[in-house]
Design a protein around this ligand. Sequence first.
Ligand SMILES: [Zn+2]
Length: 440
Amino acid sequence: MVAADAAIVDGASRGPTAVLAVDGEIARVGDPADVAADPRAAGARHIDWSGRALIPGTVNAHNHSFQSLLRGIGDDLPFLEWRQRALYRYSPGLGPGEMATAALFAFGEMLLHGVTTVCDFYYVNRQANDNALATIDAARRLGIRIVLARCFYDWDGAPAAYREDVRGAVRNFEELHRQAGDPVRRMVSVQPAPHSLHAASPAMIEAGAGCARDARTSWHIHLAEERYQVDEALARTGARPLHAVDRMGLLDERMIAVHGCWFDDSERALMAERGAALAYCPASNMFLGDGVTDVVDLRRRGVPVALGTDGGCSNSRVSVLDEMRSAALLQKVARTDGQAITAEECFAMGTELGGRVLDVPVGRVAPGFRADLVALDLGDPSLWPVQALAKNAVYSLSARAITDVVVDGTVVVQDRRLVRVDQHEIATRVRAVTGQWGRA
Ligand SMILES: [Zn+2]
């Protein structure tokens, strides 16, 4: 049982609040005295978050963990130059040991920022699952919840380490799904992720969507991130990106489009009509100068939108609370309208909608959801005055205020430190892998 002096529950601030979890699942939420009197609370461990506010753990719906190793190496370069000099130069040589280091680094930093579920869109597979399994093991060690979006990739312009043939990709996905998926506690999910229209052939995209159907999961695909990708889709298929997927007969409620910066009106309408979802990465889109997804319109049409930080080298931050603020500011300036979107709507995108989009029962402090909770220090000036908690958590919060994190009922961050992995170990490993990188 966790008891805090304040909370954000279903988007609204409230006073003293307790949460009772049984086997990692929230059983009851309410006033501390009432929750303590619940017979199921007898013998439960008490976690005292006095002086703190309790919020749902945040959901990072799109990330590439290995890219954290490349942070700062190649920033501010033109995309193709960055890809050649940083991404393609260093990533193909990364094996399971380096991938575990990258994941401990990326996910560890995320936990310290209040991320409790991460979706890792994973494309350096080297025709096998060892790298993905090392990444999942690192998540298990830290205690963060992971959705491994295993990539399907066959564009021959990329390093061989990214590429597979269709049969190999399907076989590896099915094996990983069977081997690593955790249908009970949902700490690990495996979902297919054909990379994009430019890096996966139609046969590969069909195979990825087919695997999602067979495994009854969602599937992920980068779409319309940069403007040239719309021109490319038009030239190659005669249709805009989302229409191209629809013509393949694959656009349905299982599909999660990533980015969608250049979706036009007809594509946004089609997203709603087919029940598809979006993983939105506002800071990454700004960092790379991609463009502005019309999230206000998508939400108005009822499209579920989750938030992602994207990789460490196309954003440099790993905080979903930060993405909530970025989403709000970018949508407001794009429409030159300070009321275009609210803090509460952005908070929902980073929590409840994230869980819904990834199809994992997280993101709400409510019975039936997994017990993923974050504590904010009410003594931190970035949250004052505290009566405006629901606004301040999005607009003014400093990462310094994040003190404790619980995932699936287990404490994984305490007093701003990782509990299960020594941060010195992560620092040493990151230095060992990247020490010579970026030097000429
Ligand atoms: Zn991405």
